[in-house]
Design a protein around this ligand. Structure first.
Ligand code: SIN
Length: 191
């Protein structure tokens, strides 16, 4: 079995220079980046990306769990007819110094098209943890995912709070997400 340390994507993300010549660029956040904004930004705008859906399929050994008892956090999974609502942040490239470290447990920078409420489109970077990264946990039943989230805790706090904050942030955005809200209902029942 591969060690979760091999999931460290910092070097690969640092080598990703798609927007290297840009003074400012868009970052699309769909998970904790929506509600835990510990980085500077120039402006933020609700946005949507098409062909992707949010899933609690990524393991968290570094933020919301431990190597012995990983938590679950969101990643994006390709799905032709799906769309994912989130928040786009316009940032300067130096912000990646912090973001690559924060998202290092399996997430890679990927280029996507984001669309804003007024219909305008821009290219953006999004952090996605694909199925080939060692921290990937993949699908499980809603009950199993909720139970794992309910018990996990890591250096960034309770895994449960990650989910509840995300659900609140999605409601604030007016975003429907059956997966997240279904898990939220189960968690609130489990107390
Ligand atoms: C994101 O929020 O866009 C990436 C996943 C996370 O950090 O929760």
């Amino acid at each position: 079995m591969q060690s979760f340390r091999e999931a460290d994507t910092t070097a690969r993300n640092r080598a990703m220079n798609y927007f290297a010549s840009h003074q400012r660029l868009w970052l699309f956040g769909y998970g904790s980046l929506i509600y835990k904004v510990d980085f500077p930004f120039l402006q933020r705008r609700p946005a949507v990306i098409r062909g992707w859906e949010r899933r609690f399929w990524q393991g968290s050994h570094d933020h919301r769990g431990t190597p012995a008892a990983p938590g679950r956090v969101v990643t994006l999974v390709e799905s032709a007819d799906a769309f994912c609502r989130g928040m786009a942040f316009e940032i300067t490239p130096d912000v990646f110094e912090h973001l690559d470290n924060r998202e290092k447990n399996g997430y890679l920078r990927v280029v996507v098209d984001v669309q804003f409420a007024d219909g305008a489109c821009e290219e953006a970077l999004v952090y996605i943890a694909g199925p080939d990264n060692p921290a990937y946990l993949g699908p499980a039943s809603e009950a199993d995912i909720a139970a794992q989230i309910n018990h996990a805790i890591g250096p960034s706090g309770l895994n449960r709070d990650y989910l509840l904050h995300l659900a609140d942030a999605l409601r604030d955005l007016g975003a429907e997400d059956a997966h997240v809200f279904g898990l939220e209902r189960l968690l609130r029942k489990q107390g």
